[in-house]
Design a protein around this ligand. Sequence first.
Ligand code: MHF
Ligand code: KIV
Ligand code: MG
Length: 300
Amino acid sequence: MSLIQPGMQGHSMSARKTTPQSLQDQKRRQTPITALTAYDYATARLVDEAGIDLLLVGDSLGMAVLGYESTLPVTMEEMLHHTRAVRRAVHSALLVADMPYGSYHLGTEDAVRNAMRLVKEAGAEAVKIEGGSERVHLVAAMTSVEIPVVGHIGLTPQSVHRTGGYKVQGRTLAAVETLCEDALLLQQAGAIAIVLEGVPREVATRITASLEIPTIGIGAGPECDGQILVFHDLFQLTFNHTPKFVRSFGDAGELFRSGLEAYREAVTAKTFPNDTESYHLSHDVLQELNEPDLVPAKRR
Ligand SMILES: Nc1nc(=O)c2c([nH]1)NC[C@@H]1CN(c3ccc(C(=O)N[C@@H](CCC(=O)O)C(=O)O)cc3)CN21
Ligand SMILES: CC(C)C(=O)C(=O)O
Ligand SMILES: [Mg+2]
């Protein structure tokens, strides 16, 4: 189909590069946008080679791979470190990095500087920030310095202390109206897409229909222009309570558990490693080592 591009060595597939424009084209053509998180080179390669359109280095990495109890402790340095690893793996997907809590809350200049670090030092192609009307000035400021921004409204995990838990948002008429207004304001400020998390299906349907930019849902029903989930949730690699919106697409946890048991047993029983999994000395060196007196002195 398309030609192999420079830098594609080792990649058998060469899917078309996702861009902010191609995401909007997908919405217009009603081709669902596929999105997933990844936090490291190995999983990002799998996601990119599977043809997923958008790859998010989510601050959920704090919970999924770093063992924090919320996303709040995640730092810019951690986001940069993981985004760099993912960058080396991704060729086709649009690479989006979450801005962590505190990195966009202390003033516009600081927020833009942090967003620019994710682009400049880690290779992100867009950043994502949580919040509605209170963030539109940041969306405009980042967009004006060439940084595409993804919005994120509804259940915003960085608001966990204010909301008192990871609760579905937009259940009252007033809350629905605020969400609809926030979505429009983010679009007007230049957002390239909006993540809708933990909102009633009917609310996501209305917002999706009212926007020209795509909505990407997580716990927001099937009418969104795309869907996103956390990689580890797809494969049962999470150890905490999983939200209602998660569907398992395989059990890597069980695969790992049985493999780990087999490994432990093989080492204990001394069946691993075997001879073909070992290196060997050459015949000559081995003979010299075992019977040095049989070899002429000058050869030693
Ligand atoms: N592994 C993982 N997956 C995620 O989707 C995820 C993270 N981590 N970390 C950051 C946030 C936290 N998220 C969460 C966590 C819990 C619920 C949850 O349990 N929600 C309730 C909703 C109850 C209600 O208000 O009706 C549920 O039962 O689904 C939702 C989103 C989503 N994000
Ligand atoms: C799943 C999404 C939308 C997210 O923000 C994250 O993974 O951090
Ligand atoms: Mg996030």
